[in-house]
Design a protein around this ligand. Structure first.
Ligand code: TXA
Ligand code: MG
Length: 345
């Protein structure tokens, strides 16, 4: 399959020629990648099972992992859920369009492979002009997971999508670098107290400004063990080419780990804040922003994970960041991406 690349002239206009062409392909059961404010998504008509199966095929995604449905208006939500809980109304009001996926009871209108057989469905309205224009032009809700090969870091640039999916998808709409850099927060609204299933672009602190109570899925807390993980155990999410080690501790501890690996003859790539990078006498180092600006770290993280090539580095060392605000999402992704967590205590 030849993958088309488009840079729309009028990215917010549903009538733009390349957006129209992408919409036409989507309406013919093809899959097309497009930017959202979080990461690039791989879209297909959410009401068409054959179209949706193209997403799983292109990504190599396990069929039991449900997809998020993207909408450009509230009517499209009504079409797919039994009822909208009050709490979900308040959240749509406060955070849509934006990086918040709401899990509600499905009414079965979406193709069955979108929900992977679950009785619930995840829906969000992306806050990106090109995504909204494409949704308008297509006139359908679009199922869209992140547009990476399964297991790889999510794409924050059209070039990342091309690296992973060239020849496997009908087209890629290029809207430049995405703004948030990490995926949406996934919030289960089917219980009395909403539960964060995946931390993301909307922080727990932001949700708490609107909701009296927000819970966190215990499975997330469970992954916070500071014990070293066995190599390979978690080498399945957001994985860079070379194994990633997450170092938790003071800067001096990080420097000790780095020096030890170098003495062992390892070629080490480093992902660090400006603050830590400034103390290192080492290359290559990717600086991904300031410790005090975790939103900057979020924007750069996936690009950094893709930057180091297996032919150039044996191990990637990253520092651990604060879990405040969007830091919770940054650390969730780093823990999943890391094959080893090295802690000072
Ligand atoms: O920011 C995002 O959310 C991006 C952009 C493209 O919108 N999409 C994205 O999709 O990250 P994906 O497929 O990579 O991640 C979707 C997550 C998965 O962890 C999936 O298990 C969960 O949402 N999910 C989807 N539907 C669900 C449901 N009904 N119940 C529980 N979890 C669900
Ligand atoms: Mg993903």
């Amino acid at each position: 399959m030849q993958t088309k690349m488009w840079i729309p002239e009028n990215p917010s206009d549903p009538k733009d020629a390349s957006i129209q062409e992408a919409a036409r392909l989507l309406n013919h059961q093809e899959v097309v990648a497009f930017p959202t404010e979080t990461v690039y998504g791989l879209g297909a008509d959410a009401t068409n099972e054959k179209a949706v199966s193209g997403i799983f095929e292109a990504k190599g995604r396990p069929s039991d992992n449900p997809l998020i449905v993207h909408v450009s208006n509230r009517e499209q939500v009504d079409l797919m859920v039994n009822h909208i809980p009050d709490v979900a109304y308040s959240l749509m009001e406060a955070f849509w369009p934006g990086p918040l996926t709401l899990i509600m009871e499905s009414n079965g209108a979406a193709a069955s492979n979108v929900t992977a057989g679950l009785s619930t469905i995840g829906i969000r309205m992306p806050n990106h002009p090109l995504a909204l224009a494409l949704l308008e032009a297509t006139g359908k809700p679009l199922a869209a997971p992140s547009a990476n090969r399964s297991g790889r870091p999510s794409p924050t640039k059209a070039g990342h999508v091309k690296q992973d999916l060239d020849g496997r998808v009908a087209g890629i709409l290029d809207g430049g670098t995405t703004g948030v850099g990490l995926e949406s927060t996934v919030l289960d609204c089917t219980s009395d107290v909403p539960v964060i299933l995946r931390p993301g672009g909307i922080t727990k602190e932001q949700l708490e400004e609107v909701l009296p109570h927000v819970a966190i899925d215990p499975a997330l807390a469970g992954s916070e063990s500071d014990k070293p993980k066995s190599p390979g155990m978690k080498y399945t999410h957001y994985a860079p080419e070379s194994p990633l080690w997450l170092v938790e501790g003071e800067d001096d501890f990080f420097i000790e780990q780095l020096e030890q690996l170098k003495r062992d003859g390892q070629r080490v790539g480093v992902i660090a804040s400006h603050e830590l990078a400034g103390k290192l006498d080492h290359a290559p180092v990717i600086r991904c922003g300031s410790r005090d600006q975790l939103s900057e770290v979020a924007v750069k993280l996936y690009d950094a994970l893709r930057e180091f090539k297996r032919s150039e580095v044996d191990i990637i060392l990253t520092e651990a960041f604060s879990e405040k605000g969007v830091g919770a999402a940054v650390m969730n992704r780093l823990r999943k991406a890391a094959v080893q967590v090295v802690s000072e205590d």
